[in-house]
Design a binder for this molecule. Structure first.
Ligand SMILES: [Zn+2]
Length: 144
């Protein structure tokens, strides 16, 4: 990254709306939690689809640690996307279930275990958009 390209390109922008990038400090994931029934949703909504309460949603900062709930090793994808990779769903500590790619581990069923401890990491996405904007994305990786 040269100084010139930093001035031209904007961002990084969050790759999904529930990824928050504060002015200062580290990025984090934020969900909406129903104050009536504690259900957690990633997308903004005004009515809880769990208990039906209206206007009870409050932002909730999610944990960066969790456990692997389920995964699949993807061998075929869109052109330009490297395979195999591990698509996974993680239960975050304290609530929230999030889909994302599991990295920094071999895509081998012998190595990837359901229930293994993982953590959320944040990285600049490998590709920019047509305007050259950078995006920040998140992955999961095994936690020691
Ligand atoms: Zn609710």
């Amino acid at each position: 990254m040269s100084a010139t390209s930093e001035q031209e390109a904007k961002g990084p922008f969050p790759v999904v709306p529930f990824l928050k990038i504060p002015e200062k400090g580290d990025p984090y994931l934020e969900a909406q939690q129903c104050k009536a029934c504690q259900a957690i949703f990633l997308r903004e909504r005004s009515t809880c689809s769990s208990c039906g309460a209206r206007g009870q949603m409050a932002p909730k900062r999610l944990s960066n640690t969790g456990t692997l709930y389920v995964y699949s090793i993807v061998h075929r994808s869109f052109p330009g996307i490297e395979v195999p990779y591990i698509s996974s769903i993680v239960d975050l500590d304290g609530g929230g279930t999030i889909k994302g790619n599991l990295i920094n581990i071999e895509p081998d069923p012998e190595k990837v275990k359901m229930g293994m401890p993982v953590e959320v990491i944040y990285q600049i996405a490998p590709r920019k958009d047509a305007e050259g904007n950078e995006y920040l994305t998140y992955y999961f990786q095994p936690r020691a």
